[in-house]
Ligand binder design. Structure first.
Ligand code: GDP
Ligand code: MG
Length: 416
């Protein structure tokens, strides 16, 4: 490693420049920094000005931290808006800071719900056009349409006139629109009761999807996007696909925080969260390397604090912190210890502390092909700790999903 540091600054700049190009190729259209910054970074790197290039990366990351993300959720009363907002925020309906469900909205005002962990993500509950007394033409101004990054229209049972009107309004204003058909669990249940002999789950779901698409096309919404969900089981149906589509279609600088705000309810979401976090680790590693903040030579530093902080940060982001685990255990009527079965990060600081010091062992994580490679010149202890803990926590989040499924199965069968 010491040898690499004696490289001429020109070679160092070339190394970083090609590593940055490789990084962009790997992250494709899931980048967390906007094109305007990328162009500047590339141009500085081409000129060999690594310092200016990393100053731009630093500015881009600072912007990401504070950029607001506003998601509007609208639809008629009873469509499942409050339940959906709680699911998006990873909050249970009976928690103190939850949006009240099963309550008919009487106000004509929009209501904001801040994400409990990522505070710049705000979900807005907008009363449907059928709930307000002012004319539909005034709806965009009254509801401050300009402030949202995207709109989600929720609708249950039959497609309604108000849904079509709303979709048309939003589409006309060239805003990102997603149509979500809720309560598909009810539709499936009813169909199964009506036609027990020739019930076909996929066929029923396809019919609902086609019906929504047809109505939206009639409402002159070009290229409509329809997602079928059940707020009672967001790990099933299209909730996860909707979350990915929203993240993909947001401006790049909003992608990291939006993705991190999502509940870790499927393996796909967990992996996606890990990938955006890897991008951040990659970019920070380049900054530290160029500015000489964390050089490989500083490997003997006392790093227990860094290890603990990293672990706590990632556990919160993947809902593996003590408070989240306690809440889930209560909900499933099991002990926290039972919930933690097979999980590694929960015991990391006590039993396995120091494992990460075996950097050769940790390095194998860098060769996982679908993930972003950190250039070897930038692999410092900080990077090793972050990647090691991130992979471990993400694996644990998947284990927790499995455990939750098993325990929920028992809870449900006891209630049946
Ligand atoms: P809002 O008026 O649009 O905010 O709707 P709520 O979220 O308050 O939901 C209205 C009722 O529908 C509540 O009793 C919810 O429990 C129920 N609900 C919401 N979403 C679903 C769903 O996807 N499936 C089923 N079966 N019930 C749901
Ligand atoms: Mg409500």
């Amino acid at each position: 490693m010491g040898k690499l540091f004696s490289k001429s600054s020109k070679t160092k700049a070339q190394d970083i420049s090609s590593a940055f190009d490789e990084f962009l190729k790997n992250v494709k259209n899931e980048r967390i920094i906007p094109q305007k910054y990328i162009t500047m970074i590339q141009s500085y790197l081409k000129r060999g000005d690594t310092r200016r290039a990393v100053y731009v990366i630093r500015d881009a990351l600072k912007e990401i931290e504070k950029v607001p993300i506003n998601v509007a959720v609208t639809g008629e009363a009873g469509a499942g808006k409050s339940s959906f907002i709680n699911a998006l925020r990873g909050v249970r309906n009976d928690e103190d800071n939850a949006a009240p469900t099963g309550v008919i909205q009487t106000t004509e005002e929009r209501v904001s719900y801040k994400h409990p962990v990522i505070s710049n993500v705000v979900i807005w509950d907008l009363p449907g056009t059928g709930t307000v007394t002012f004319p539909a033409q005034k709806y965009p101004k009254e509801m401050k349409f300009d402030e949202y990054d995207c709109f989600i229209i929720l609708s249950c049972t039959r497609f309604k006139k108000n849904d079509a009107q709303l979709a048309k309004l939003i589409h006309k204003m060239k805003k990102n629109l997603y149509f979500v058909r809720t309560k598909v669990d009810n539709d499936l249940h009813n169909q199964k009761l009506c036609k027990p002999n020739n019930f076909n789950r996929d066929h029923v779901l396809q019919l609902i999807q086609d019906d929504c698409l047809q109505h939206l096309k009639k409402a002159e919404v070009a290229d409509p996007r329809v997602f079928l969900i059940s707020n009672l089981d967001v790990s099933d149906y299209d909730f996860s696909e909707l979350a990915h589509t929203l993240s993909r279609e947001l401006p790049a600088q909003k992608r990291l925080n939006f993705m991190l705000s999502l509940p870790s309810i499927t393996n796909k979401i967990i992996e996606h969260k890990m990938k955006v976090l890897m991008q951040k680790i990659w970019l920070e590693a380049i900054i530290d390397f160029v500015l000489g903040i964390f050089s490989p030579e500083s490997i003997n530093d006392n790093d227990e604090g860094m290890f603990r902080d990293t672990l706590n940060k990632f556990r919160i982001l993947f809902s593996l912190d003590d408070t989240s685990l306690r809440r889930m255990a209560q909900n499933l009527k099991v002990s926290v210890e039972e919930l933690k079965l097979g999980m590694k990060s929960a015991h990391l600081l006590t039993c396995e502390k120091g494992n990460y010091q075996n950097s050769t062992n940790t390095l194998k994580y860098f060769s996982v092909s679908e993930h972003i490679l950190i250039p070897s010149i930038c692999i410092t202890k900080k990077v090793l700790v972050q990647v090691y803990v991130l992979y471990l926590v993400a694996e644990d989040a998947k284990t927790l999903l499995k455990n939750e499924k098993i325990f929920r199965y028992y809870v449900d069968s006891l209630q049946a």
